[in-house]
Design a protein around this ligand. Structure first.
Ligand code: F6R
Length: 264
């Protein structure tokens, strides 16, 4: 796992956006895995800026979001389709038929989950998966004790995750308890993962993900088994990393050809 510690969330966000933009420029048909929540909001704003000011072309890109709530329509404030529309989709030239979300309104949710896996496979797999991390170490909505081999399926959010989601919604709005989420096995098949984490609230989860044992109790620790994951953190989120000085040293001494290859 490559850990890049940057002085601020803004710098970490810009580094993440540069990686995404570069993948798209090099592979105009790239398949991107997308996340929602507070963490990637500014990254999407930066992609919108790059689209408007630098001509970043997303017209041939395909996207698959990690997760969606069960049982709500796109107008619901908790809808991740709505979030994606607001933060990215309606501001750039992505083709609507190439933006995929799990279908939380399907009559047969198991079939919808299987169809999502099929669609990812049919698109050739995910080239770059963007991830946030929950304070409990979840990725996607793979809550602690999720199988490390899991595939897209319905999950029940923990009370703490539900509260974190509720806190971002207009007061009085109750988010659904259930979601469809890509599984950990699904995420691990992405060719490259970029995980962003900001703030002291994420520091314990980040340390366990990077330096703890691989365990279903910390779903993000499964990324230790992924061959190409970059973790972009600010100083606060890096606060509990035992080997932080080593990670800084690695970045200071990163060979130019690696920087060029990674776009970081
Ligand atoms: C969202 C997702 C989640 C979030 C995580 C962190 O699509 O998959 O894993 O990335 O809950 O959320 P924020 O960024 O709001 O702290």
């Amino acid at each position: 796992m490559e850990v890049i510690i940057l002085p601020s969330a803004t710098e970490a966000t810009l580094a993440g956006a540069r990686i995404v933009a570069r993948v798209v420029r090099e592979s105009p048909h790239a398949v991107l895995g997308l996340a929602t929540g507070e963490t990637p909001e500014r990254l999407y704003a930066e992609l919108v800026r790059a689209h408007r000011q630098e001509g970043l072309d997303l017209s041939r890109v395909t996207t698959f979001n990690l997760d969606e709530h069960v049982g709500i329509d796109d107008a619901h404030p908790a809808s991740y389709r709505r979030y994606m529309q607001e933060h990215l989709f309606r501001h750039v030239n992505l083709r609507p038929d190439r933006t995929h979300m799990p279908d939380g309104r399907a009559a047969d949710l198991d079939a919808a989950c299987a169809a999502y896996e099929d669609a990812i496979r049919a698109a050739g797999g995910i080239d770059l998966q963007l991830l946030g991390i929950g304070a409990d170490g979840h990725i996607g909505f793979n809550e602690p004790t999720s199988s490390l081999a899991s595939r897209t399926r319905v999950k029940t959010l923990t009370a703490a995750t539900l509260e974190a989601i509720r806190a971002r919604l207009p007061s009085g709005t109750e988010p659904p308890r259930h979601v469809i989420t890509m599984g950990i096995g699904t995420i691990l098949e992405a060719k490259r993962c970029v995980l962003l984490a900001f703030g002291e609230r994420k520091a314990a989860a980040v340390a366990k993900m990077v330096e703890g044992p691989v365990t279903a109790l910390v779903p993000a620790s499964a990324l230790q088994l992924h061959a190409r994951t970059t973790v972009l953190v600010d100083e606060e989120a890096a606060g509990r990393l035992a080997l932080a000085d080593y990670y800084r040293d690695v970045q200071r001494n990163k060979p130019a050809w690696q920087r060029e290859r990674d776009g970081s």
